[in-house]
Design a protein around this ligand. Sequence first.
Ligand code: SF4
Length: 467
Amino acid sequence: MLLVESETKLRSKPWHIQRLHLVVSAIAHFAAELTGEGFEVDYRRAASMAAGLQAHAREFNVSQVAAMEPMSWQGRELLVRLGVELVANDQFLCHYGEFAKWAKSRKSFKMEDFYRWQRKRLGVLMDRDGPAGGKWNFDQQNREPPPGDGRPWPVARRFELDAIDLEVLNRLPAGWGGSPDGTWPVTRGQALIRLEEFITDGLGGFGAFEDAMLTAEWKLSHSVLSSSLNLGLLHPRDVVEAVEASYRRGDAPIHSAEGFIRQVLGWREYVWGLYWLWMPGYRKENKLAAARPVPPAFTGQAPTAMACVASVAGQVNDRAYAHHIERLMVLGNLALTAGVDPQAMTEWMWASFVDGAEWVMLPNVLGMALYADGGRMATKPYAAGGAYMKRMSDFCPGCRYDPRRRSGPDACPFTTLYWDFLARQEGVLKNNYRIARQLAAMRALGDLAAVRERAEEVLAALDQGTL
Ligand code: SF4
């Protein structure tokens, strides 16, 4: 078994140290497990993947190398160029070739169609007469604002760093952010413990509050299993079966089980399929001609008085993580309405999140959050003002800005930029019927000139790190 740790890859981005450590430590732990099982392992640290592979082939006189299809377009191109025999990737329930056949057999499609197709063909959450609970979708029950009762949230166990973790940490290039503290599983055994924790403590309360955000709570009832799934420590089948079994035992309500399975069996697999369907052209999409750099308030290079952004950026710094609605409605929403360059934003999120990878970041960041593909992923831009944040979080009461104001020095930057975005992009959006009502409201604003004037100040301050 050959495992290559590529120096080029380690230095290819300004990685968050927890993200970098997680990946390398998981490889090193896997090498140790394979050795323990009697495999002969060549763990090779090399200047690049190609250099490692070629050195291995020379040393052991190897004529044939086989690997599972890599998770990235570029990785696949590289291995094909190097003459590696590729075996089908089995990390998903729907291979991207199968997805492409499904997609090409339809004039148009959306995630909901794919999700139902997956449920039916795999027999997940299905009763004899149709979907379990009588409905395909329980989203209406999964949009509760955060409870204000100070309830305790499930705690994610930290795994003690072992000798391999520490050896890896000592030799990695300096990254940024909070040092690895055992939050993220680096072995399948640890990932199974995290899954068990979620099934026991998190799943029941997951659904109702999956879109809620709290300053003092980094994960609420989210599973925080994405890094384990994306690394292959868990298979989606492990997760889906455990969640369905919990529902069948009567331990988890249908809206939690269905909401979670929708994310894993539906959205995650849909994003994976679309990545391969639309690459390599997809990575260059920029339909809104957005060119602003990633705000220093996101990257930690400048403090910010925006309580919501400060909270989420702090979590990214501390754990290389923020949950999906914080990514979409705080970071993504501000990047969309401010006009941040979609390639720069994708790169930053890829390097900064513990579960980052090109296949997951391109459709989610460039497509879903930034609308840079002109609506292929999302049928309308996910732009929202401060009112949404006020309803779904506890950020606003402690903030220097006022979510109700759209102009003037106290105006919430989200509210100002929401209206300014609609006005700025009116030409591109005017044919999208799903946003017609918001465009009409924007045109009817009596103070639009003052809002747009304030937006110029907000955007300048965002760039300068003084917002
Ligand atoms: Fe964020 Fe605006 Fe609320 Fe402040 S007022 S926390 S900037 S949404």
